[in-house]
Write a protein that binds this ligand. Structure first.
Ligand SMILES: [Fe+2]
Length: 367
């Protein structure tokens, strides 16, 4: 299975050389150069896979990361179009039996996939917009009516998302003057030593009632204990199967959090232990796939990330299937509301975003 996963990108790359590059009426040297560019995009993928974590990042310059990740995004983007083209090619050969215009078909795909990749990569690396959601929270007291809860998730600080990006996000969040800030996981990709300075701007986040977070799966791929300490030092209160109560006048709200299941200690029951059943609860759970189990507890709203909204069509469908049907946006799960954020950024191995912009979420809570 592992070997297949390892070989799959090579098979895809070889397929694209045969289906996309060879039919083009261009010189052999240009075909060779294009093939090498495709293989260069795979180089970074293999560099990841050969590390113990499978996600560890070698310290390579920002623009190299951008170019290689861009090529990898192109490979995935072109793949679906080529599969469609070759399905048409087979039908053409069976029913029409004339010469297939392979050059024009491949050229069209090359142009569309290149433009889609350029646009998608731009969407993937830019500082996201703020998207406001008004949420009705049953049982919310009048004194907390209009509470502003900002959420950023899947920041994935990396060689691509450096300090400048994180600072811009922090500035945008602070400009909302939020009462509460939630960060449900995937803060970083890399060691504390390598990424400390890049993530440091989150220490500037300001909210009346505090900044709360939980771990995502990517925190477990590196120095977990080092990151837990560092994130806490940066002023984020990590909720590890625990909750806090915030109040204004007579109104109270519970913010609870569970660590990512990768650590093996994801426990919603424990996180809510001792909570008065009449109080409204917001739960942070990095991955949305436990929403049905979580809905058996007294939770008004679960917020998650992890899926990055699928990042592009077709991939979105696969990600949705891998996450129990939850991929992006609002869901009603029994009596619980679930919001799956498309993420504030994404893992730098796959950076394209088509029809799936990242976001900084702002929830306005209403009784
Ligand atoms: Fe994640």
């Amino acid at each position: 299975m592992f070997r297949l996963f390892f070989m799959m990108p090579v098979i895809i790359c070889l397929y694209e050389i045969v289906s996309l590059i060879l039919p083009l009426k261009i010189s052999l040297w240009i075909k060779l150069l294009m093939s090498l560019i495709l293989f260069a995009g795979l180089g970074k993928f293999f560099a990841y896979r050969m590390t113990p974590s499978g996600f560890e990042i070698y310290e390579i310059p920002h623009f190299v990361t951008l170019i290689l990740s861009g090529i990898f995004s192109f490979i995935i983007c072109a793949l679906f179009m080529l599969l469609l083209k070759d399905a048409i090619f087979i039908l053409w050969k069976i029913f029409i039996r004339a010469k297939f215009p392979g050059h024009y078909a491949s050229l069209t795909i090359l142009i569309i996939a290149s433009l889609s990749t350029l646009y998608g990569v731009y969407q993937g690396v830019r500082v996201p917009d703020v998207i406001t959601h008004e949420v009705k929270i049953p049982g919310l007291g009048k004194d907390l009516d209009g509470l502003k809860v900002a959420m950023i998730v899947d920041i994935h600080t990396s060689m691509l998302n450096r300090r400048e990006f994180v600072s811009s996000v922090v500035e945008k969040v602070n400009s909302l003057e939020p009462d509460v800030i939630l960060i449900p996981g995937d803060f970083v990709d890399g060691s504390v030593k390598a990424r400390y300075t890049d993530l440091e701007p989150i220490s500037q986040l300001k909210a009346k009632y505090g900044v709360f977070g939980v771990t995502g799966n990517h925190e477990y791929y590196f120095d977990l204990q080092g990151w837990l300490k560092t994130i806490k030092d940066f002023g984020v209160r990590l909720l590890e199967n625990e909750h806090v109560e915030i109040s204004s006048g007579d109104a109270k709200l519970i913010i609870a959090g569970v660590p990512d299941p990768t650590g093996g200690n994801h426990n919603t029951q424990l996180a809510l232990e001792g909570v008065d059943e009449n109080l409204p609860v917001i739960l942070m759970d990095h991955q949305p796939r436990f929403a049905r189990e979580n809905s058996e507890h007294n939770i008004a709203l679960q917020v998650s990330g992890h899926t990055h909204g699928g990042q592009m069509p077709i991939v979105r469908y696969l990600i949705q299937r891998a996450n129990n049907g939850f991929v992006r946006g609002w869901y009603d799960v029994n009596n619980m509301k679930l919001y799956v954020s498309p993420g504030t950024s994404q893992w730098d191995g796959f950076i394209i975003r088509l029809f799936d912009n990242s976001e900084i979420s702002l929830f306005i809570l209403k009784p």
